[in-house]
Unconditional design. Structure first.
Lengths: 114, 110
């Protein structure tokens, strides 16, 4: 009954450090997404993967990279963290990106960059 | 640019009353509409979806869709303090990904 699992739940980094946020889903979904959520800004799409083997930029991709490791897993990497990347990061998945199916969200990762 | 607009609120509603949340969207060809509830510090949780014009009821929740007016709403009957949250409207345009509104904060007054 896990759905979408994100790790870690909390992280504090120093400016310039790198880290990878992990996401895995057990719903056999084809599409996966990474969002960031900041106060007053709503959910902003960073990157998405319509299917295994494909990734595409969203609204705010700068400073991030992604890897669709397999159908289940989609990771988000910050190569050189900046204070502007302090945010809550949500991973989501859906059956496909082109269908009428909703997205299901993980619990989020709260990331602070000092 | 495709947009989904919501009043940010806060919308304050007395306990037991009907809360009405509204959302407008720009892409007339959109086919699927979703409502998510997000408690403070938590992730968005899907509570309703609607595809056809008219009303769809699920317990205390009713989603209403008017494609001609490009308008979707969520009614919460017999509002409870536990309904206090931010409600996100999401719209699926054709040949594009789901677009989320910025959400409306709902506060149920005991």
């Amino acid at each position: 009954n896990a759905g979408v699992t994100q790790t870690p739940k909390f992280q504090v980094l120093k400016t310039g450090q790198s880290m990878t946020l992990q996401c895995a889903q057990d719903m056999n979904h084809n599409s996966m997404y990474w969002y960031r959520q900041d106060p007053g800004m709503g959910l902003r799409l960073i990157y998405y993967s319509a299917s295994e083997g494909t990734t595409d930029k969203g609204e705010v991709p700068n400073g991030y990279n992604v890897s669709r490791l397999n159908k289940r897993e989609f990771s988000l990497r910050l190569e050189s963290a900046a204070p502007s990347q302090t945010s809550v990061y949500f991973c989501a998945s859906s059956g496909t990106s082109d269908s009428n199916q909703p997205q299901h969200f993980g619990d989020g990762t709260r990331l602070s960059i000092l | 640019q495709k947009e989904v607009e919501q009043n940010s609120g806060p919308l304050s509603v007395p306990e037991g009353a009907i809360a009405s949340l509204n959302c407008t969207y720009s892409d007339r060809g959109s086919q699927s509409f979703f409502w998510y509830r997000q408690y403070s510090g938590k992730s968005p949780e899907l509570i309703m979806f609607i595809y056809s014009n008219g009303d769809k009821e699920d317990g205390r929740f009713t989603a209403q869709l008017n494609k001609a007016s490009q308008y979707v709403s969520l009614l919460i009957r017999d509002s409870q303090p536990s309904d206090s949250a931010t409600y996100l409207c999401a719209v699926k345009p054709p040949n594009d990904k789901i677009i989320f509104g910025k959400g409306t904060r709902l506060h149920i007054l005991p």
